[in-house]
Design a protein around this ligand. Sequence first.
Ligand code: MCA
Ligand code: AMP
Length: 496
Amino acid sequence: MASNHLYDGLLSGRESSTHCLLDVPGGRSWSYAELVALSGQLANLLRAEGVAPGDRIAVQVQKSAEAIALYLATVRAGAVFLPLNNAYTRAEVAYFLEDAEPAVFVCGSERVDEFEGVEARVYSLDGDGGGSLIEAAADQSEAFDSVARGPRDLVAILYTSGTTGLSKGAMLSHDNLLSNALTLVDYWQFDGDDVLLHALPIFHTHGLFVATHIILAVGGSMIFLARFDIDAMIAQLSRATSMMGVPTFYTRLLADARFERELVAHMRLFISGSAPMLAETHIQFEERTGQRILERYGMTETNMNTSNPYHGERRVGSVGFPLPGVDILISNPENGAELPAGETGMIEVRGPNVFLGYWRKPEKTALELRDNGFFISGDLGRIDDDGYVYIVGREKDLIISGGYNIYPKQIETEIDALDGVLESAVFGVAHADLGEAVAAVVVPLAGNELDPEQLVASLQASLARFKLPRKVFVLDELPRNAMGKVQKNQLRERYG
Ligand code: MCA
Ligand code: AMP
């Protein structure tokens, strides 16, 4: 049988295992064999649709076991998976469909009508597994010989916004994903007895690759929650051995009196990432549970770069050491020259985890990915004498809210296009639950009055709800420096 680098690397030898892969509380439980069988039917359906190696399968669906089967089917068919946040509006999705030209687009039943007339073949898949996709696959054979794919072949495109406001598709190869998963399995000591409490969305690196791949690679199980729900988390923790989350998961758990030492005394590992965790959260967590959260650092373009150790000191405020096989250097953000040990500058990353480049944007790729293989992260940091990496800020203009990345430029562009607006500045302000929240300052055109509430309402057609400003301030002018650049730091200080 031909080799499919990622699929075989993750699942080889386990395709007929009756061990539980996914347990959906309130729903059913799926063994490896059952999920693999469904992925075979879906892969046959994709083939029947004429999907060829390298074709894109765009997916905007609720979290479900069937969605994971569709992901595996895409990998097996040699195609390219393109997951999209369910919160994206019709307008946002239209951009991705135009840019990526997928052969197939799968969305929730309620959205199918909105996408009538798009080039792709449209199927529906709902959170309960209903919809036309699974119906159409039901007649297909479960047996499927995976299409041969090598380590450097493209397997996924994940869009990340840019500071210019235009989303770029990060192209990830079979080996980007497999090498990182296998490294993490080792580093975090996962094995087949692990039961991971999985409450993350599966349209991002964290929930789809980091969490799911690790479990597949070791033959472990996941308790698969459709979303983070505090009652479900408290109810399921007793059955889990490990959990992964963004800092908001941990602050919400800590805010609940039921989250106490005995509830999690059996847990082997709590991992956090995607956004900075406050020292205060680390400390409270340790006081409450006697355990220290393991914090790690990653990006869509690179998967995971650094991690605190499993054994050894997990340092509060640090994202740990470069993972085995990953090189990190700190450079001068002005000229790219490598800085001496201990100095703060741009974090650059090189390794088998670093992506292939941006989809159909060679000029953007050239700006961020050096010829020598180092990717310029946009994060500012330093490495201490013991080798621990610290992220101290971001050079890129980015808000991370509840683990979702929000690029101010996209919101500013939409606000500036509204009637009566001269210009705007969007920035992040500290938020107890989400880490950061979106705030906007808007300057009206001379002679116009702006109503903040109405302004936010006008943005709803174009922007996903999580990107909408939670506070809007109307000002006569934006603070600028001598170069004419808007002083967002001042705005953050004044309105934070
Ligand atoms: C939901 N809302 C949000 C967010 N999520 N607003 C700002 N930021 C958010 N993250 C808004 C909704 O639009 C809605 O607004 C209201 O909050 C309630 O929505 P709901 O869905 O009920 O929210 P929630 O369940 O409380 O969700 C919050 C959450 C969720 C649990 C923190 O956002 C989440 O699961 N985040 C994880 C994101 C993640 O996986 N990131 C990894 C990226 P309205 O009422 O107006 O409709 S991968 C990555 O970053 C790298 C590679 C890495 O290192 O991992
Ligand atoms: P994304 O574009 O969704 O891949 O988000 C990647 C960004 O999330 C990184 O460039 C960092 O700015 C941020 N990030 C991820 N993990 C951490 C962490 N543990 N601490 C601070 N920032 C993080």
